[in-house]
Design a protein. Structure first.
Length: 60
């Protein structure tokens, strides 16, 4: 029973990590597209949010 709980916790952490990675890559892609189009104000906000997601993933 304990093994099943540990496997479930491991899979939940892995799924959350994959979702956060996907969101982070999406935000960086949008920020790069905005930056290349000359819209630098919104792109820096996305880069900062992406950095916060990275820091949150490292801390957890």
């Amino acid at each position: 029973m304990l093994l099943i709980v540990l496997i479930a916790m491991l899979l939940a952490g892995l799924i959350i990590g994959i979702i956060l990675l996907g969101i982070q890559l999406w935000m960086l892609t949008v920020a790069l597209n905005q930056y290349l189009q000359g819209q630098t104000t919104g792109s820096w906000q996305l880069v900062i949010i992406s950095g916060l997601v990275l820091i949150g993933g490292i801390i957890v």
